[in-house]
Ligand binder design. Structure first.
Ligand SMILES: [Zn+2]
Length: 287
Protein backbone atom coordinates (compact mmCIF):
# COMPACT_ATOMS: atom_id res chain seq x y z
CA UNK A 1 0.00 0.00 0.00
CA UNK A 2 1.47 3.39 -0.98
CA UNK A 3 0.15 6.33 0.95
CA UNK A 4 0.16 10.10 0.46
CA UNK A 5 -1.22 11.77 3.59
CA UNK A 6 -2.76 15.00 2.29
CA UNK A 7 -3.07 16.73 5.68
CA UNK A 8 -0.78 15.95 8.61
CA UNK A 9 0.92 18.29 11.10
CA UNK A 10 4.34 16.68 11.46
CA UNK A 11 5.62 19.61 13.54
CA UNK A 12 3.69 18.07 16.43
CA UNK A 13 5.02 14.50 15.84
CA UNK A 14 8.14 12.60 16.83
CA UNK A 15 10.68 10.73 14.72
CA UNK A 16 9.05 7.46 15.89
CA UNK A 17 5.98 8.57 13.96
CA UNK A 18 8.02 9.13 10.79
CA UNK A 19 9.45 5.62 11.18
CA UNK A 20 6.13 3.85 11.64
CA UNK A 21 4.54 5.90 8.87
CA UNK A 22 7.27 4.75 6.48
CA UNK A 23 6.80 1.15 7.61
CA UNK A 24 3.10 1.11 6.67
CA UNK A 25 3.70 2.75 3.27
CA UNK A 26 3.58 6.53 3.73
CA UNK A 27 5.92 8.00 1.10
CA UNK A 28 4.62 11.55 0.74
CA UNK A 29 2.60 14.06 2.72
CA UNK A 30 1.32 17.62 2.86
CA UNK A 31 1.72 19.58 6.09
CA UNK A 32 -0.68 22.52 6.22
CA UNK A 33 0.26 25.64 8.18
CA UNK A 34 -1.85 25.92 11.33
CA UNK A 35 -1.71 27.29 14.87
CA UNK A 36 0.95 26.41 17.41
CA UNK A 37 -1.24 25.77 20.44
CA UNK A 38 0.27 28.73 22.25
CA UNK A 39 -1.04 31.88 20.50
CA UNK A 40 1.41 33.79 18.31
CA UNK A 41 1.97 37.44 19.16
CA UNK A 42 4.12 38.68 16.27
CA UNK A 43 4.59 38.17 12.55
CA UNK A 44 8.09 36.82 13.17
CA UNK A 45 6.56 33.84 14.89
CA UNK A 46 4.76 33.01 11.62
CA UNK A 47 7.76 33.49 9.37
CA UNK A 48 9.99 31.28 11.54
CA UNK A 49 7.29 28.61 11.41
CA UNK A 50 6.83 28.92 7.62
CA UNK A 51 10.61 28.68 7.18
CA UNK A 52 10.59 25.50 9.30
CA UNK A 53 7.84 24.01 7.11
CA UNK A 54 9.64 24.66 3.84
CA UNK A 55 13.09 23.89 5.18
CA UNK A 56 13.64 21.97 8.38
CA UNK A 57 10.56 19.71 8.39
CA UNK A 58 11.09 18.87 4.73
CA UNK A 59 14.65 17.81 5.54
CA UNK A 60 13.54 15.83 8.61
CA UNK A 61 10.93 13.90 6.58
CA UNK A 62 13.43 13.13 3.82
CA UNK A 63 15.70 11.43 6.35
CA UNK A 64 12.92 8.90 6.87
CA UNK A 65 12.20 8.39 3.16
CA UNK A 66 9.11 10.59 3.10
CA UNK A 67 8.54 13.44 0.65
CA UNK A 68 7.31 16.54 2.47
CA UNK A 69 5.23 19.38 0.99
CA UNK A 70 3.33 22.13 2.77
CA UNK A 71 0.56 24.67 2.46
CA UNK A 72 0.93 28.25 3.71
CA UNK A 73 -1.73 30.58 5.15
CA UNK A 74 -3.01 32.58 8.07
CA UNK A 75 -5.18 30.01 9.89
CA UNK A 76 -8.81 30.92 10.73
CA UNK A 77 -8.32 30.88 14.51
CA UNK A 78 -5.51 33.47 14.46
CA UNK A 79 -7.21 35.60 11.80
CA UNK A 80 -9.10 37.11 14.75
CA UNK A 81 -5.96 38.55 16.37
CA UNK A 82 -4.87 41.89 14.81
CA UNK A 83 -1.27 41.14 15.83
CA UNK A 84 -1.41 38.09 13.51
CA UNK A 85 -3.56 39.35 10.63
CA UNK A 86 -0.66 41.45 9.29
CA UNK A 87 1.01 38.21 8.19
CA UNK A 88 -1.27 38.36 5.13
CA UNK A 89 1.20 40.88 3.70
CA UNK A 90 4.13 38.44 3.81
CA UNK A 91 2.25 35.41 2.42
CA UNK A 92 3.00 36.18 -1.26
CA UNK A 93 6.71 35.71 -0.57
CA UNK A 94 6.06 32.18 0.71
CA UNK A 95 3.46 31.20 -1.86
CA UNK A 96 6.16 31.50 -4.51
CA UNK A 97 8.38 28.81 -2.92
CA UNK A 98 9.04 25.24 -4.05
CA UNK A 99 7.35 22.71 -1.83
CA UNK A 100 4.37 25.00 -1.19
CA UNK A 101 1.56 23.17 -2.97
CA UNK A 102 -1.53 25.11 -1.83
CA UNK A 103 -2.89 28.01 0.18
CA UNK A 104 -4.17 26.66 3.49
CA UNK A 105 -5.57 26.02 5.99
CA UNK A 106 -7.99 28.89 5.38
CA UNK A 107 -11.69 29.02 6.24
CA UNK A 108 -13.74 29.48 9.38
CA UNK A 109 -13.26 28.81 13.07
CA UNK A 110 -15.86 31.01 14.80
CA UNK A 111 -17.25 32.67 11.64
CA UNK A 112 -16.33 36.25 12.60
CA UNK A 113 -15.99 39.29 10.26
CA UNK A 114 -12.19 39.11 10.67
CA UNK A 115 -12.29 35.49 9.46
CA UNK A 116 -14.45 36.57 6.51
CA UNK A 117 -11.79 39.09 5.48
CA UNK A 118 -8.82 36.75 5.87
CA UNK A 119 -10.61 33.94 4.01
CA UNK A 120 -11.66 36.10 1.05
CA UNK A 121 -8.24 37.73 0.78
CA UNK A 122 -6.45 34.39 0.77
CA UNK A 123 -8.78 33.04 -1.94
CA UNK A 124 -7.59 35.99 -4.05
CA UNK A 125 -3.97 35.10 -3.26
CA UNK A 126 -4.58 31.51 -4.39
CA UNK A 127 -5.93 32.72 -7.72
CA UNK A 128 -3.05 35.17 -8.16
CA UNK A 129 -0.47 32.47 -7.42
CA UNK A 130 -2.31 29.79 -9.39
CA UNK A 131 -2.43 27.45 -6.38
CA UNK A 132 -5.12 25.08 -5.08
CA UNK A 133 -6.73 25.81 -1.70
CA UNK A 134 -7.15 23.71 1.46
CA UNK A 135 -10.20 24.86 3.41
CA UNK A 136 -10.76 23.97 7.06
CA UNK A 137 -14.40 23.70 8.21
CA UNK A 138 -15.35 24.63 11.79
CA UNK A 139 -15.87 21.88 14.35
CA UNK A 140 -18.73 23.78 15.99
CA UNK A 141 -21.76 24.55 13.85
CA UNK A 142 -20.27 22.54 10.99
CA UNK A 143 -23.27 22.55 8.65
CA UNK A 144 -23.75 26.34 8.76
CA UNK A 145 -19.98 26.79 8.51
CA UNK A 146 -19.80 24.57 5.44
CA UNK A 147 -22.64 26.45 3.71
CA UNK A 148 -20.89 29.74 4.37
CA UNK A 149 -17.54 28.28 3.25
CA UNK A 150 -18.96 27.18 -0.09
CA UNK A 151 -20.49 30.63 -0.62
CA UNK A 152 -17.06 32.25 -0.15
CA UNK A 153 -15.45 29.74 -2.53
CA UNK A 154 -18.09 30.44 -5.18
CA UNK A 155 -17.83 34.20 -4.75
CA UNK A 156 -14.05 34.06 -5.23
CA UNK A 157 -14.47 32.75 -8.77
CA UNK A 158 -11.91 29.94 -8.31
CA UNK A 159 -12.60 26.66 -10.14
CA UNK A 160 -14.18 24.31 -7.55
CA UNK A 161 -11.88 21.43 -8.54
CA UNK A 162 -8.97 23.50 -7.21
CA UNK A 163 -10.46 23.53 -3.70
CA UNK A 164 -10.61 20.81 -1.04
CA UNK A 165 -13.10 21.36 1.77
CA UNK A 166 -11.76 19.43 4.73
CA UNK A 167 -12.93 17.84 8.01
CA UNK A 168 -16.22 16.70 6.47
CA UNK A 169 -18.66 14.22 7.97
CA UNK A 170 -21.97 12.56 7.07
CA UNK A 171 -23.80 15.87 7.46
CA UNK A 172 -21.64 17.91 5.12
CA UNK A 173 -20.39 15.49 2.44
CA UNK A 174 -23.40 15.82 0.12
CA UNK A 175 -23.22 19.60 0.09
CA UNK A 176 -19.55 19.64 -0.86
CA UNK A 177 -19.95 16.92 -3.50
CA UNK A 178 -22.64 19.01 -5.21
CA UNK A 179 -20.34 22.04 -5.22
CA UNK A 180 -17.70 20.28 -7.33
CA UNK A 181 -15.02 20.87 -4.68
CA UNK A 182 -12.87 17.98 -3.41
CA UNK A 183 -14.02 16.30 -0.20
CA UNK A 184 -11.51 15.96 2.66
CA UNK A 185 -11.95 13.71 5.70
CA UNK A 186 -9.79 13.75 8.83
CA UNK A 187 -9.81 10.40 10.63
CA UNK A 188 -9.37 10.60 14.40
CA UNK A 189 -9.12 7.99 17.19
CA UNK A 190 -12.24 9.02 19.07
CA UNK A 191 -13.87 12.14 17.69
CA UNK A 192 -15.16 13.65 14.46
CA UNK A 193 -14.70 10.76 11.98
CA UNK A 194 -13.37 7.19 12.23
CA UNK A 195 -12.27 4.68 9.57
CA UNK A 196 -15.46 2.59 9.71
CA UNK A 197 -17.65 5.61 9.08
CA UNK A 198 -15.21 6.67 6.33
CA UNK A 199 -15.66 3.35 4.53
CA UNK A 200 -19.45 3.76 4.70
CA UNK A 201 -19.13 7.22 3.11
CA UNK A 202 -16.90 5.80 0.35
CA UNK A 203 -19.48 3.06 -0.31
CA UNK A 204 -22.21 5.65 -0.62
CA UNK A 205 -20.43 8.48 -2.47
CA UNK A 206 -17.67 6.67 -4.36
CA UNK A 207 -13.95 7.39 -4.51
CA UNK A 208 -13.85 10.40 -6.88
CA UNK A 209 -12.46 13.65 -5.45
CA UNK A 210 -12.10 12.15 -1.96
CA UNK A 211 -9.03 12.82 0.21
CA UNK A 212 -8.49 10.91 3.48
CA UNK A 213 -6.04 12.26 6.05
CA UNK A 214 -4.91 11.65 9.60
CA UNK A 215 -4.54 15.36 10.52
CA UNK A 216 -2.35 14.29 13.47
CA UNK A 217 -2.22 17.57 15.34
CA UNK A 218 -1.66 18.60 18.96
CA UNK A 219 -4.70 16.72 20.21
CA UNK A 220 -5.15 12.97 20.53
CA UNK A 221 -4.54 11.68 17.02
CA UNK A 222 -2.99 8.82 15.07
CA UNK A 223 -0.61 9.39 12.12
CA UNK A 224 -1.44 5.90 10.78
CA UNK A 225 -5.15 6.61 10.24
CA UNK A 226 -4.67 6.74 6.46
CA UNK A 227 -3.23 3.22 6.55
CA UNK A 228 -5.97 1.97 8.88
CA UNK A 229 -8.62 3.37 6.55
CA UNK A 230 -6.98 1.52 3.65
CA UNK A 231 -7.08 -1.72 5.64
CA UNK A 232 -10.72 -1.12 6.51
CA UNK A 233 -11.52 -0.50 2.83
CA UNK A 234 -9.92 -3.84 1.85
CA UNK A 235 -11.88 -5.64 4.58
CA UNK A 236 -15.08 -4.08 3.29
CA UNK A 237 -14.39 -5.43 -0.23
CA UNK A 238 -12.78 -2.45 -1.98
CA UNK A 239 -10.02 -3.47 -4.41
CA UNK A 240 -6.35 -2.60 -3.96
CA UNK A 241 -6.69 -0.30 -6.96
CA UNK A 242 -9.51 1.61 -5.25
CA UNK A 243 -7.42 1.95 -2.09
CA UNK A 244 -4.51 3.22 -4.19
CA UNK A 245 -6.79 5.77 -5.81
CA UNK A 246 -8.00 7.18 -2.48
CA UNK A 247 -4.70 7.05 -0.62
CA UNK A 248 -2.30 7.92 -3.43
CA UNK A 249 -3.63 8.99 -6.82
CA UNK A 250 -6.29 11.38 -5.48
CA UNK A 251 -3.86 13.46 -3.37
CA UNK A 252 -1.38 13.44 -6.28
CA UNK A 253 -4.12 14.67 -8.64
CA UNK A 254 -5.31 17.36 -6.26
CA UNK A 255 -1.99 18.82 -5.15
CA UNK A 256 -0.46 18.12 -8.57
CA UNK A 257 -2.52 21.10 -9.73
CA UNK A 258 0.16 23.27 -8.12
CA UNK A 259 2.75 21.91 -10.56
CA UNK A 260 5.09 21.57 -7.57
CA UNK A 261 4.90 17.96 -6.39
CA UNK A 262 8.39 16.53 -6.43
CA UNK A 263 7.74 12.82 -5.99
CA UNK A 264 10.32 11.76 -8.56
CA UNK A 265 13.06 13.07 -6.29
CA UNK A 266 12.84 9.89 -4.23
CA UNK A 267 14.90 7.16 -5.90
CA UNK A 268 12.85 4.54 -7.74
CA UNK A 269 9.71 6.43 -6.97
CA UNK A 270 8.28 7.30 -10.35
CA UNK A 271 8.63 3.77 -11.70
CA UNK A 272 6.93 1.65 -9.08
CA UNK A 273 5.74 1.88 -5.52
CA UNK A 274 6.74 -1.75 -5.08
CA UNK A 275 10.36 -0.71 -5.29
CA UNK A 276 9.82 0.60 -1.81
CA UNK A 277 8.45 -2.57 -0.24
CA UNK A 278 10.88 -3.55 2.46
CA UNK A 279 13.31 -0.88 1.34
CA UNK A 280 15.71 -0.17 4.17
CA UNK A 281 18.27 1.79 2.17
CA UNK A 282 16.60 5.15 2.70
CA UNK A 283 16.42 4.71 6.42
CA UNK A 284 19.85 3.16 6.66
CA UNK A 285 21.62 6.51 6.47
CA UNK A 286 19.57 8.00 9.27
CA UNK A 287 21.15 8.79 12.61
ZN1 LIG B 1 -5.09 20.74 10.17
Amino acid sequence: MRIFDPHIHMTSRTTDDYETMFEVGVRALVEPAFWLGQPRTTVGSFTDYFDALIGWERFRAAQFGIRHHCTIALNPKEANDPRCAVVLDVLPRYLAKDGVVAVGEVGYDSMTPAEDDAFARQMELAIEHDLPVLVHTPHRDKLAGTHRTLAVVEESGIAPERVVVDHLNEMTVELVKESGCWMGFSIYPDTKMDELRMVTILQEYGTDQVLVNSAADWGRSDPLKTYRTGQQMLEAGFTEDEVDKVLWRNPVDFYGQSGRLALDELPGFASSADTFAGNSVLRGGRQ
